[in-house]
Write a protein that binds this ligand. Structure first.
Ligand code: BES
Ligand code: MN
Ligand code: ZN
Length: 508
């Protein structure tokens, strides 16, 4: 499909111009194959999938190059039939590589191929689900963010434009559907990453809504079952969104609430609400964060980006589920108009909160979002919030594993299974009742901070106060995994990762 350029915005959905499956002769100049390690003494084996390869001379060249076949190792050799042979590490040789192993190996290779225009991937994928994993990984690895480069733009090699997955299953209609799905997943993951990487100078609550409105339009708008609604600061104030107003009132860039809904053509099998934290920059407000590392807080709208992109992706895939996404958007700034510690705000629906720490702002905008999402007349089957909510999440689970908290074990188990299937690492965390008392306030219905120990769980317990106990609910804390400040790996670049998008779409 074509390059998307929504009108009047600066967001570009960079989609590889082609993603396809073929069982024919390799026409590209670049061929990507797998490489596995066979023993601890440096033994290696080429894993070429459905491609017949004369491996003898190549193997000795790979040994000379020091290739070991470990994950994230990419070795390039000049080819004879093709210009370049690229070997991507699969780790230990196996009869059954996991989807995630294939996804990451394909992603590492496509990252390493920036500057080339087209490549054919032939990895050990035996069935369609494995072929789909290769396609998805290759597409997700072909990402770059150069929008704000000026004089150094040309120093950066463009990502792969055409990705072909070689498989003897190419002829089936299911193969075509798998490629369409991989392309949609990649396109909307790119959107999430672009939004996260865009700095607060260029991404405000208002411009976030405008960019998404343009994407909804380019995805077909009402024709595709998509509807969009935006609340400005005046409407938020008169309609009682005290959380969003309280967090946003210190900033010159006023807050917004963005609602995107998708209604399928037939009768929807289920209806879910997604609510994403949309802090376009989190300075901590009057509880100002230290300067070191504050720049990463441009990623504090990752939840809002994930839920907004997910609902559009779900519409583009024409899935038979109704989705209502909500993105409460605000910039958390310190100023003479900012919320002060001890201020009391009223969340949508009437509960009051004593703001003891204006840096615990995510839960305030989410409380408004959760309450509004549950006030709609349509009966929900489940509600999921997604947020870069706590530093405690990163302390507990590290930078690559997100947390799931819930009021419904079955919903959580289903989600965890789906997340594992699409290669997103999530882990269940409890909501211990005894921690709730630490959120009691002497003057309001509750306070916005409680015990420091178990801070991720305390934040989850705060949100639980704003969810109907009968409604299955998941709280996803993606604070660490949303933004990669370390090295790129597999299909994951530096910066915005796009985490949660795939799980939400796959769940739907
Ligand atoms: N946006 C931060 C959480 C965060 C931290 C996300 C690190 C990504 C990386 C959130 O708004 C925050 O500041 N949370 C506070 C809560 C505390 C004041 C109870 C925190 O975790 O320190
Ligand atoms: Mn904060
Ligand atoms: Zn925050």
């Amino acid at each position: 499909s074509s390059l998307h350029k929504p009108t009047n915005t600066s967001i570009t959905l960079l989609l590889m111009s082609t993603l396809k499956i073929s069982d024919g002769v390799v026409k590209d100049e670049v061929l990507v194959l797998g490489l596995a390690s066979t023993n601890s003494k440096g033994g290696i084996a080429i894993e070429a999938g459905d491609m017949a390869i004369d491996t003898k001379t190549i193997l000795s060249q790979l040994v000379d190059m020091g290739a070991t076949g470990k994950a994230d190792e990419v070795t390039k050799l000049p080819g004879s039939h093709v210009r370049l042979l690229v070997f991507t590490g699969l780790g230990k040789k196996s009869a059954n590589y996991t989807h995630e192993t294939l996804r990451r190996a394909a992603g590492s290779a496509s990252r390493a191929l920036a500057g080339n225009s087209a490549a054919t991937f032939s990895l050990p994928a035996k069935n369609l689900a494995e072929v789909a994993a290769v396609a998805e990984g290759a597409a997700l690895g072909a990402y770059s963010f150069t929008e704000f480069r000026g004089s150094t733009k040309d120093d950066h090699k463009a990502p792969l434009k055409t990705i072909t997955v070689h498989s003897k299953l190419a002829a089936s209609s299911e193969a075509k559907a798998a490629v369409v799905r991989a392309a949609v997943i990649a396109k909307y993951t790119y959107l999430v990453r672009d939004l996260i990487n865009t700095p607060p100078s260029h991404l405000t609550p208002d411009s976030f809504t405008k960019k998404l409105a343009a994407v909804v339009k380019s995805a077909g708008g009402a024709k595709s079952g998509l509807k969009i609604q935006i609340w400005d600061e005046k409407q938020l104030k008169t309609q009682g969104f005290g959380g969003i107003i309280g967090v946003g009132q210190g900033s010159a860039n006023p807050p917004r609430l963005l609602h995107i809904s998708y209604t399928p053509k037939g009768k929807a099998a289920k209806r879910y609400a997604f609510v994403g934290k949309g802090i376009t920059f989190d300075t901590g407000g009057l509880a100002l964060k230290p300067a070191a590392g504050m720049e990463a807080m441009k990623s504090d709208m990752s939840g809002a980006a994930a839920v907004s992109a997910a609902v559009i992706a779900i519409a583009e895939l024409k899935l038979n589920v109704a989705i209502e996404s909500w993105a409460p958007l605000a910039e958390n700034m310190p100023s003479d108009t900012a919320t002060r510690p001890s201020d009391i705000i009223t969340i949508f629906g009437g509960k009051t909160v004593e703001v003891l720490n204006p840096d615990a702002e995510g839960r305030l905008v989410l409380a408004d979002g959760l309450m509004k999402a549950q006030s709609s007349k349509n009966k929900l089957d489940g509600i999921i919030d997604v947020a870069t909510l706590t530093g405690a999440q990163v302390i507990a689970l590290g930078t690559r594993t997100s947390a799931v908290m819930t009021n419904n074990q079955e919903f959580s188990n289903d989600f965890l299974q789906v997340a594992a299937q699409c290669g997103e690492q999530f882990w269940p965390m409890p909501l211990p009742e005894e921690l709730r008392a630490s959120l009691d306030s002497p003057v309001a219905d509750l306070a916005n901070i409680g015990d420091r120990m178990g801070g991720m769980l305390v934040a989850g317990l705060f949100l639980k106060d704003f969810v109907n106990p009968e409604l299955p609910w998941l709280h996803l804390d993606i604070a660490g995994p949303a933004y990669n400040e370390a090295k790129p790996h597999g299909y994951t670049p530096v910066g915005g990762t796009g985490i949660a998008l795939r799980s939400l779409v796959t769940l739907a």
